[in-house]
Design a protein around this ligand. Structure first.
Ligand SMILES: NC(=O)c1ccc[n+]([C@@H]2O[C@H](COP(=O)([O-])OP(=O)(O)OC[C@H]3O[C@@H](n4cnc5c(N)ncnc54)[C@H](O)[C@@H]3O)[C@@H](O)[C@H]2O)c1
Length: 254
């Protein structure tokens, strides 16, 4: 699909991988709307890319419906959806003194990362389905963000890994469900990327994480994620696949 002139939604677009994707899609000529909870940074990024910002909790049906309505009115119905909104926590199944994993925190990670991703997909794809197909016969493309933690979650990543594993698991059935109407679905499973979360670590810790990547021996640049997201939009044969983007890292237990 040719990106130029299309309406695109990037969740989590106020920061990190989503921000890089919003910037890259805008550069390629898309009309981008950022769906994010961060209403300080979101509007700044949106104005820099001449796009729009909607304050959205991806796990809220009402928020997402209203934001889809507003972005369609301003930019036309979106044919591109990139799901980057996500949160991470670290907590073991049982902690010190055998205290069980906090239940609310576990549910929260699943709610934002897995249920939130699916919420935006189901509401956005229902609207894409009503569009005329493009010359390529595609109606739309959806890109999700998992993590290498979906496949080799580390100690303390039980909630996060479950949420990301769910995203990997739903990629094929989503692609199958939506194949009849020409909507493709792919997932990117990033390794270690230099986003604000990582930038908060001391340089030494960043260097040591970077050195743990077989090649290239560094943290990923968010624009490398965005570059793959752009390629998935443009390459119509990519569908139903989870693509690792990780410099061949395989995470150790800790
Ligand atoms: N950075 C990495 O190394 C890495 C590795 C693997 C996977 N990921 C995944 O990539 C995605 C982006 O990560 P990042 O590093 O860019 O993080 P980030 O914290 O920089 O950006 C995440 C964005 O999501 C937004 N967000 C959080 N909860 C939300 C909600 N309920 N509704 C709407 N927006 C919400 C935040 O406000 C933030 O702007 C996440 O899903 C993360 O799990 C990141």
């Amino acid at each position: 699909m040719e990106i130029k002139g299309l309406s695109a939604i990037v969740t989590g677009g106020a920061s990190g991988l989503g921000e890089a994707t919003a910037r890259r899609l805008a550069k390629a000529g898309a009309k981008v709307t950022i769906f994010d909870m961060n209403d300080e940074r979101g509007p700044i990024v949106a104005s820099e890319i001449k796009g729009r910002f909607e304050k959205v909790n991806v796990a809220s049906e009402e928020d997402v419906q209203n934001a889809l309505e507003a972005s369609a009115a301003a930019h036309g119905e979106a044919r591109i959806l990139v799901n980057c909104a996500g949160i991470a926590i670290g907590e073991k199944t049982i902690g010190r003194d055998n205290v069980p994993h906090d239940f609310a925190r576990y549910k929260k990670v699943i709610e934002v990362n897995l249920i939130g991703t699916f919420n935006v997909i189901r509401l956005a794809s229902a609207r894409m389905a009503a569009l005329e197909p493009l010359a390529t016969t595609e109606r739309g493309v959806i890109i999700n963000t998992a993590s290498v933690a979906a496949l080799e979650g580390q100690i303390g990543q039980v909630a996060y890994s479950a949420s990301k594993g769910g995203i990997v698991a739903m990629t094929v059935p989503l692609a199958r469900d939506l194949s009849g109407i020409g909507i493709r679905v792919c997932t990117i499973a990033p390794g270690l990327f230099l986003t604000p979360m990582m930038k908060g670590l001391p340089q030494e810790a960043q260097d040591s994480l970077g050195a743990s990547v077989p090649f290239p021996k560094r943290l990923g640049d968010p624009d490398e994620y965005a570059n793959l997201a752009q390629h998935i939009c443009e390459n119509a044969m990519l569908n139903g696949e989870t693509i690792r983007l990780d410099g061949a890292i395989r995470m150790a237990p800790r």
